[in-house]
Design a protein around this ligand. Structure first.
Ligand code: ADP
Ligand code: ASP
Ligand code: MG
Length: 421
């Protein structure tokens, strides 16, 4: 008898029919003799719709109230799912994040899990029931407030429960057959990856492959949780996220996957005096806003002016506050102007095989140039190369790069549900 944590994403529980279908699957796992804990997301695009609704009420919703609002989405799906399971003759109980012991810090909208005390979940299991836990939410002990873990955070709920309960596997059920070599909605010729190392999965998730939330991958890696990403629409084997891909290195492709990201914007600080300390001043101002900086590029300074431009990318949601902060310190830092560009796209290629292969960058740049796509920024890590392009060329860029690295499948990938929002 195993202990299995199953997570169902929004598109897998989008309506009553889907909830009944998922309930059958959970009941089958229970009846096969396993203990089952379920983490569930809000139905369909509920979270997006609640965010839109809040912005209709006010342009700057209060973060505490925003979390109160968004956590209702998962309460709806958890209760409906528990009802559906009970109606099939298996005992089930739903729990909010705080009832399930998901203790977090106090950061509304981006809380981190600091402790998991799943006493009630364990009790339910001991009594033979299936425990359903609302994904994406927790509770802060100091403020005694409800928090959310950031978009896509139900994956983290599932992995954290799996770690705390010592589960045998954490199954992430979604609307595609597993982790693909690229988002199948963007690159129809993408193919499913059978096994991927957590190192590569982390890079892909960080580069925008939202099939798994980056924090969930980090958590799983740190706590040794085995993740199996698979479709809730069939019984096929999905993708196993493994610690190492030993024994497969002979046939390991150089590139494991391609990811795209349209969520970032680019700030350019124009005419920065080229003297020691200016980069430190600028990024201290940026850091105080709490924004997460991604790529940074500094040009050589023009000899005539002794000034240089510094560009960096950051989540669009942080753009306004960073610009405001920099503007207020313009005289002190002494730069001449600020520019903001929210029409950029970031393409990344990821693969552990890059470590031992030369010429990957050249091949990437060549495939983009053959398609007439201009590269605006470049950054690399040990197993990733990222480039910034125009937002409206990102889709084509992903397709040509996928082809250039020999990743195309013979047949088109199936997307079973969801709006891709
Ligand atoms: P869920 O609602 O189940 O959490 P998400 O929408 O968060 O589902 O994640 C699944 C989606 O992730 C897929 O429908 C797909 O469009 C997208 N995706 C992006 N990159 C990849 C990838 N490399 N492999 C598979 N899916 C991907
Ligand atoms: N419902 C939340 C979201 O849409 C959490 C999740 O689905 O993982 O981001
Ligand atoms: Mg998700």
């Amino acid at each position: 008898m195993a202990l299995i944590v199953q997570k169902f994403g929004g598109s897998s529980v989008a309506d009553a029919e889907s909830i009944k279908r998922v309930a059958k699957r959970i009941v089958a796992t229970r009846k096969a003799g396993n203990d089952v804990v379920v983490a569930v997301s809000a139905m369909g695009d509920t979270t997006d719709e609640l965010i839109d609704l809040a912005h209709e009420v006010t342009p700057m919703p209060d973060p505490r109230e925003m979390d109160m609002l968004l956590t209702t989405g998962e309460r709806i799906s958890m209760a409906l799912l528990a009802m559906a399971i009970k109606s099939l003759g298996v005992d089930a109980r739903s729990y909010t994040g705080s009832q399930a012991g998901m203790i977090t810090d106090a950061r509304h909208g981006a809380a981190r899990i600091v402790d998991v005390t799943p006493g009630r979940v364990r009790e339910a299991l001991d009594e033979g029931a299936v425990a359903i836990v609302a994904g994406f939410q927790g509770f802060n002990r100091d403020s005694r407030d409800i928090t959310t873990l950031g978009r896509g955070g139900s994956d983290t709920t599932a992995v954290a429960l799996a770690a705390a309960l010592g589960a045998d596997v954490c199954e992430i059920y979604t609307d595609v057959d597993g982790v693909f070599t690229a988002d199948p909605r963007v690159v129809p010729k993408a193919h499913k990856i059978d096994r991927i190392t957590s190192e590569e999965m982390l890079e892909l998730a960080a580069a925008g492959a939202k099939v798994l939330y980056i924090r969930a991958v980090e958590f799983a890696r740190r706590h040794g949780v085995t993740i199996h990403v698979r479709s809730s629409f069939n019984n096929s084997e999905g993708t196993w996220v493994v610690a190492t891909n030993e024994g497969e290195s002979m046939e390991e492709p150089i590139i494991t996957g391609v990811a795209g990201d349209l969520s970032e914007g680019k700030v350019t600080v124009v005419g920065v005096p080229d003297v020691p300390g200016k980069a430190a001043e600028i990024f201290t101002i940026v850091a105080k806003t709490g924004a997460n900086i991604d790529m940074i590029v500094q040009n050589v300074s023009a000899a005539a002016t002794g000034r240089t431009d510094i560009s960096f990318t950051l989540p669009k949601s942080d753009g306004e506050k960073v610009l405001t902060a920099l503007r207020s310190e313009q005289d002190a830092v002494g730069f001449t102007a600020l520019q903001y560009d929210d029409q950029i796209g970031k393409l990344s290629v990821v693969g552990a095989g890059m470590r031992t292969s030369a010429g990957v960058s050249a091949q990437l740049f060549r495939s983009l140039s053959d398609a007439g796509i201009n590269i605006e920024m470049i950054s690399t890590s040990e197993i990733r190369i990222s480039v910034v392009t125009r937002a409206d060329t990102l889709r084509e860029a992903m397709q040509v790069v996928h082809t250039a690295f020999g990743l195309d499948a013979e047949t088109e990938a199936v997307v079973y549900a969801g709006t891709g929002r």
